[in-house]
Write a protein that binds this ligand. Structure first.
Ligand code: PHE
Ligand code: FE
Length: 286
């Protein structure tokens, strides 16, 4: 599990990890690539190697094909070089940020097709689990699918939708959509379910668990249902939502959410792990 709400600034009382003194007003900063140590690059290499080895049979093909665009598996990529490739592909860029940023700043960057990537990397003792997203989670988990045209457009639409949700006081509902798609989404393929969510794809253990374990519930993607569903931030997910295609995700989220937020607020919340009577249970992959 990636263990952090993506739009949460800091963890409870603790300030977020990272050097915010260097950040601009929009929270972006320089990557300062020269400041990474040999140990930092070595840790990135080991993380990359462990995750890349698990992708076949667990990650969706769109992700597997795109992951090579990250370049340099043996050291932390230079964001400006990666941005050049990404921009040529889908007109997205990656920008460095000190760490978690306030949700409005996050939404604004996404709406401008700029994906914020944390500069720091975890410590060696955090190899298996890190509480806040680091450069490995942000790059390896999120950036490959930004090379996919439909997913890239979805992320921009999400950013614009986030700015709107802030005005409607609906960020909590919208965050569940991010959580259950961008972070922990599964997709149906002819060979069974596969992962496309960044929280899964950057996790040592949840990748296999989310796709193969008989334990969690997997149900079809349903926008309002997702907005009603709580989520776990410190364990593997109890529920996963399965899309049929990125186009389905884009189309289903295109309508105005204003009436939807009102409707969802009037309904009861649903605990993670529950399957509703009418819902299809999607089996784990073999
Ligand atoms: N269509 C949403 C709205 O009007 C915006 C959105 C798009 C949100 C895609 C999330 C994902 O609020
Ligand atoms: Fe993330």
């Amino acid at each position: 599990n990636q263990g952090v709400a993506p739009v949460t600034y800091g963890q409870g009382d603790r300030p977020p990890r990272g050097d915010y003194a260097r950040a601009r007003a929009d929270y972006t900063c320089e990557q300062d690539w020269a400041a990474y140590t040999a140990q930092d690059h070595e840790l990135y290499r080991r993380l990359y190697e462990r995750q890349a080895a698990q992708l076949p049979g667990l990650a969706c093909t769109e992700f597997i094909e795109a992951v090579q665009h990250l370049g340099t598996p043996q050291r932390i990529p230079r964001f400006d070089e990666l941005s050049d490739r990404l921009y040529r592909s889908t007109r997205w860029e990656v920008v460095a940020v000190p760490g978690l940023i306030p949700e409005e700043a996050f939404f604004k960057l996404l709406s401008e097709r700029r994906f914020p990537v944390t500069g720091w990397i975890r410590k060696p003792e955090e190899f298996d689990y890190v509480v806040e997203p680091d450069v490995f989670h942000d790059l390896f988990g999120h950036v490959p699918l930004l090379f996919n045209p439909v997913f890239a457009d979805y992320m921009q639409a999400y950013g614009a939708g986030g700015l709107k949700a802030s005005r409607l006081d609906a960020c909590e509902l919208l965050a569940r959509l991010y959580w259950y798609t961008v972070e922990f989404g599964l997709i149906r393929t002819p060979d069974g379910v596969r992962a496309y969510g960044a929280g899964i794809l950057s996790s040592a253990g949840e990748l296999r668990y989310s796709v193969r374990s008989p334990e969690p519930s997997r149900v079809p993607f349903d926008l309002t249902r997702i907005m009603r569903t709580r989520y776990k931030i410190d364990t593997y997910q109890a529920s996963y939502f399965v899309i049929d295609s990125f186009q389905q995700l884009f189309d289903a989220t295109a309508p105005d959410f204003t009436p939807l937020y009102a409707a969802v607020r009037a309904q009861e919340e649903i605990d993670a792990g529950r399957v509703l009577p009418h819902e299809e249970r999607i089996p784990p992959a073999a």
